[in-house]
Design a protein around this ligand. Structure first.
Ligand SMILES: [Zn+2]
Length: 126
């Protein structure tokens, strides 16, 4: 799962549209293999494909836990309450993996990659 997450955040996942660019002579079909329908597997489809729901749920859970760990320091220093921390994480990631907020977070992460500005934004929200 970690490899999938790192590859997707760095836009290195070998989806069909990438394989077509790299070796169009080898790949003749660009359908999404996860859902087996006629959708071309590109970045937009990857975010919405039902076949990747389990992976997106795992990524959502992992990110939520990571942000909670980051917030633990603030909790220990009594700078924030647990309720406020959870609220800030929900504002940042949405309530679940298939929420519009989480999809926007992932899309932005793919484009700009996660960096310290996300952490700064979380701290500002707290
Ligand atoms: Zn699909």
């Amino acid at each position: 799962m970690l490899v999938f997450m790192v590859k997707i955040l760095h836009k290195c996942l070998p989806i069909s549209s990438i394989l077509a660019q790299r070796r169009g002579d080898l790949y003749k079909q660009y359908r999404c293999l996860a859902c087996q329908n006629d959708n071309v597997e590109d970045w937009d489809h990857l975010l919405e494909c039902q076949g990747y729901n389990e992976a997106w749920n795992a990524i959502y859970d992992k990110l939520t836990n990571e942000f909670k760990l980051i917030g633990q320091k603030e909790l220990k220093e009594d700078k924030v309450t647990l309720t406020r921390l959870n609220s800030a994480i929900t504002e940042l990631l949405g309530r679940q993996a298939n929420s519009a907020i989480f999809r926007k977070f992932v899309k932005l992460s793919i484009e700009v990659k996660c960096n310290c500005s996300w952490l700064d934004a979380l701290k500002m929200t707290l």
